[in-house]
Design a protein around this ligand. Structure first.
Ligand SMILES: [Mg+2]
Length: 290
């Protein structure tokens, strides 16, 4: 594990260890890029669970995918899905409800941005106007999504249940990609890069949604929280930069995200869930909770 923090920063962490809150990207970070397995992260996940430290999935995945994943992880927690476009809070979490929220299963969902139908409409218009070549999930059937992502049919079906963002594969030139991005801005849409896809969405980000969830925990636990965020791709930069501690998880090809940041950034030596696990084992070993 490489890290570059100052000793004084570590002392601050030691005092605050009981009020840690973790925001984690999924694909390529907590989940293996190819197999989507989180097995290698289980030791650390169990340790965090025993300590009562919240782990908030913060992902480009859909709410439908997260409902299944939370069951697999045997976890109940808020989730940030579709790159920050939707925040879902367990209803048992005594969360206030508002007219902007709607209920699905055991969760209240807040949409922070424009809906999926509007995004698809804009994409159709831009494509027709400039003859651009891209394929979004809306253009694909479930079998094609399954083939591209490696998800089984049922999981691919859940990945297609979008609320406010569209993953797409760009098959046109870089020059046209710039044109596309500029055109999206005219409609107040933006684009961010994940592990496999570009994601088109409204003016949402993982960091904006993360701040909202931090505020919920601050109301419950007090102001003094230390926020750790983990991620592996460009769509994670905003949350890695706004957390107290950002953890860049190395990719399978050994490359890793690089960016300027004023805060503390660790980079994992191992990739994916093994790197995730190693970070927390090291971190919790060095910053005891009592
Ligand atoms: Mg990722």
């Amino acid at each position: 594990m490489d890290y570059n923090g100052s000793p004084s920063h570590m002392n601050v962490l030691r005092e605050n260890i009981k009020d840690l809150i973790v925001f984690t990207d999924l694909d390529g970070t907590l989940l293996d890029h190819d197999t989507y397995s989180f097995d290698e992260a289980m030791p650390a996940l169990n340790r965090l669970r025993k300590l009562g430290i919240p782990v908030i999935p913060t992902t480009s995945k859909t709410f439908a995918e997260l409902e299944v994943l939370l069951q697999e992880l045997d976890m109940m927690s808020p989730v940030i899905v579709e790159n920050g476009g939707v925040i879902a809070i367990p209803i048992s979490n005594d969360s206030p409800t508002s007219p902007q929220q709607h209920r699905i299963g055991d969760f209240n969902l807040s949409h922070t941005t424009v809906d999926y139908t509007s995004i698809i409409e804009v994409l159709k218009n831009i494509r027709a106007k400039y003859h651009l070549k891209f394929r979004g999930f809306n253009d694909m059937d479930v079998a094609e999504i399954s083939e591209i992502t490696g998800l089984n049919f049922e999981k691919a079906e859940n990945a297609k249940k979008r609320l406010c963002s569209e993953p797409l594969i760009w098959v046109d030139s870089d020059k046209n990609l710039n044109k596309f991005e500029n055109e999206l801005k005219r409609y107040h849409l933006s684009m961010t890069q994940g592990g496999r896809f570009w994601h088109v969405m409204g003016e949402a980000s993982k960091s904006k949604a993360m701040k909202e969830v931090v505020e919920i925990y601050q109301r419950k636990l007090g102001e003094n929280l230390t926020v750790i965020a983990l991620g592996d791709n460009a769509n994670d930069i905003s949350m890695l930069k706004s957390a107290d501690i950002g953890v860049v998880i190395r990719r399978k090809d050994q490359s890793c995200l690089s960016f300027e940041s004023g805060n503390k950034i660790y980079t994992s030596s191992l990739s994916g869930p093994a790197g995730w696990n190693a970070f927390f084992m090291h971190f919790l070993d060095n910053y005891p909770t009592s």
